[in-house]
Write a protein that binds this ligand. Sequence first.
Ligand code: NI
Length: 170
Amino acid sequence: MGILRVCEFPKDRILKQKAKRISRIDSSVQNLIDDMIDTMPHSHGVGLAAPQVGVSLRVIVVQMPEESPIAIINPEIVKCSGEQEVTEGCLSVPGYYGEIKRSAKVTLKGKDRLGKEIRIKATGLMAEALEHEIDHLNGVLYIDHVENSEKLHQIQKGHSDNSKVGGFRE
Ligand code: NI
């Protein structure tokens, strides 16, 4: 168990790199997942991708409010549809939030921490979280989806509580 340092844009180049597929799910992968879950903040809809903790491998964790965290290894979006306008923040881009568009519905496949095939159908906040985290595996940040500077906002100093941001944030 352990809290890992979270990489930040633009200083940590790993955030812009494409992460590698995991070919063998061993104890090092399971320990990484445990540490990622420990590192996630425990408040609102949250998630974390391995590149954010300095590991360029395809694994993500997400946790919806009032639910247990789930880990997905080699996640792949197999279907997405619709559109939702969301307000999003990212642990790796501290001090900002932005308004972007995400899919309304997402179907994803991957493996759980024991290597079992899983398939997840998600809407709303969960669909948004899955797209946000999979983007991290491809070196994409939510700020890459912000259409113009008016849609990117700085969190005012002194307001460390960003609960008014709404939407998904890590
Ligand atoms: Ni993020």
